[in-house]
Design a protein around this ligand. Structure first.
Ligand code: 5RP
Length: 223
């Protein structure tokens, strides 16, 4: 099966975790896009969704799914999102789609994080994928030096040669060369650095379950 087919498989399988009658939290990315397409087939059973990005909001609305502001609703039963890496404890790297801050906000509002990913995303230790960090632009060069002191190489994410601007109007640093053996400690440390909006290590908002797309079908990992 191709990676795209595996994404379709887990996007469809995630429907089993949607609670009928409850507003669902929806992440961002190509795997989630497949989930949103599947969600449209049961939209009559849902009041709507809270979305983690402008891109997901547009896709949800185009398919006739109502999108609520996070402040309009209380705790969500479930948040469904992809990951760039997930380890065997449910800790993740996220933010490849630059939506990490809103993803963390919606995940924090939900009781359960259901991760959907193809098997290439499962790792023994986080860090092969460069860690995305949303930053306030005036802090960029100092933060680059702070990551260098940890052994990381941080680069501003560019689109067509200019810094990518997130949905929150900020920039992304992608930090390569880190091996993150203590995700909760790393997240806590970097979160405190002045100028960091949020770090793409999801340790506090880790997955409760991962639906992993494999050649043999969907494997469910519970953490
Ligand atoms: C976006 C994310 C995505 O969940 C992550 O990048 C995985 O994306 P994809 O499903 O396209 O592989 O964190 O900010």
């Amino acid at each position: 099966m191709t990676q795209d087919e595996l994404k379709g498989l887990v996007g469809q399988a995630a429907l089993q975790h949607v609670v009928p009658g409850e507003i669902i939290g929806v992440g961002t990315g190509s795997t989630v896009n497949r989930f949103i397409d599947a969600l449209a087939t049961i939209k009559d059973r849902l009041p709507g969704a809270v979305s983690s990005s402008n891109a997901s909001t547009e896709r949800l609305q185009a398919l006739g799914i109502r999108v609520f502001d996070a402040n309009e609703v209380g705790e969500l039963a479930v948040y469904i999102d992809g990951a760039d890496e997930i380890d065997r404890r449910g800790f993740m790297i996220k933010g490849g789609g630059a939506a990490l801050t809103r993803e963390k906000i919606v995940a924090a509002q939900a009781k359960r994080f259901v991760c959907i990913a193809d098997e290439s995303k499962l790792v023994d230790a986080l860090g092969r994928y460069p860690v995305p960090v949303e930053v306030i632009p005036m802090a960029t060069q100092r933060l680059v030096r702070q990551f260098a002191a940890l052994g990381g190489t941080a680069k501003v994410r560019l689109i067509d040669g200019v810094p990518l601007v997130t949905d929150n109007g900020q920039h992304i640093l992608d930090v390569a060369g880190l091996r993150i053996t203590d995700p909760p400690g790393f997240e806590s440390e970097v979160n405190q650095w002045a100028g960091v909006v949020s770090v793409g290590v999801f340790a506090r908002q880790k997955a409760a379950v991962c639906l992993l797309g494999t050649a043999g079908g969907v494997r469910t990992l519970a953490f």
